[in-house]
Design a protein around this ligand. Structure first.
Ligand SMILES: NC(=O)c1ccc[n+]([C@@H]2O[C@H](COP(=O)([O-])OP(=O)(O)OC[C@H]3O[C@@H](n4cnc5c(N)ncnc54)[C@H](O)[C@@H]3O)[C@@H](O)[C@H]2O)c1
Length: 262
């Protein structure tokens, strides 16, 4: 018996990193899963892996910047899998740079893929979730929803929007059985984090040491929390922005003292 037996889940940005780990986790607990991503090669490879393990998995080419693509994913879930129970809006694309140098098109695209697309995903999914009598939405934000990060204003702005938008979904649909939560990861070992590590002036060791757990986070450690939020174990959790950062933001660090290690 899996927690998600008989359920159907869509994860956007599901071909890589946190999204792929969440699809693996949901499938391992019984869900039929749909990877919605523009990276067809990686999405198809993931689906082959999951189907090879006995899961039911599909990849659909989906650009989350297009509402019609998200509607097509939901229609596929209903037509081919019997309905929809879980929607995770997770895809990533961001421009960056000093505010006065950011290309306005890059700003617009960042907010489209990381914020407007979360709205698109919810808009497309909610009628299908209502048809099932409820369901769960997880929107991927970031710890940068709660503070700025140098040269990352489009990212931090979009993620802050995701947190409050998620609260709105929670309050509007809670009585209809839909729960909506945001997850706010710290630094997770994915291709996105690889790019961040290259751009950071901190060494990998310094980045790891910013975390109370003394290391970066694995995608599976985000997936397990996303799965918890999707499950009945979280039946009273909605409108929440769950920080999963290994203690990164727990530390103000004015003292500059090294953490206790022995
Ligand atoms: N990795 C981290 O440290 C970290 C920290 C906090 C938040 N996050 C968030 O987690 C989410 C997943 O990030 P990740 O680290 O797994 O990144 P990733 O780069 O591994 O995966 C991102 C996925 O999004 C897909 N994508 C990009 N544009 C798309 C589009 N228009 N339509 C559909 N799919 C598209 C990519 O093809 C890729 O598969 C993002 O929302 C990111 O902001 C990541």
């Amino acid at each position: 018996m899996g927690r998600f037996d008989g359920q159907v889940a869509i994860v956007t940005g599901g071909a890589s990193g946190i999204g792929a780990a969440t699809l693996r986790r949901l499938a391992s607990e019984g869900a039929a899963v749909i990877c919605a991503d523009i990276n067809d090669e990686a999405g198809e490879a993931l689906v082959r892996e999951l189907n090879g393990q006995g899961a039911t998995a599909h990849h659909l080419h989906c650009d989350v910047g297009e509402l019609a693509d998200l509607e097509a994913c939901v229609a596929f879930a209903q037509g081919e899998c019997g309905g929809l129970d879980i929607m995770m809006n997770n895809a990533f694309w961001a421009a960056g740079g000093w505010v006065h140098t950011i290309d306005p098109e890059g700003w617009d695209r960042s907010l489209k893929i990381m914020l407007t697309a979360v709205f698109y995903g919810c808009r497309a999914a909610i009628p299908a979730l209502l048809e099932r009598g409820g369901g769960s939405i997880v929107n991927t934000a970031s710890i940068e929803a709660f503070g700025g990060e140098m040269l990352a204003s489009p990212y931090a702005t979009a993620k802050a929007g995701v947190v409050n938008f998620t609260k709105n979904v929670a309050i509007e649909y809670g009585r209809k059985g839909i729960r909506a939560n945001a997850i706010c990861p710290g630094i997770v070992e994915t291709p996105l984090a690889d790019a961040f590590k290259k751009a950071s002036v901190r060494s990998p060791e310094e980045l790891a040491n910013l975390h109370a757990i003394g290391r970066l986070i694995q995608p599976s450690e985000i997936a397990s929390v996303a799965a918890f939020l999707c499950s009945e174990d979280a039946s009273a959790v909605t409108g929440h922005a769950m920080v999963i950062d290994g203690g990164l933001t727990a530390h103000i660090n004015l003292s500059g003292r090294a953490p206790y290690e022995s």
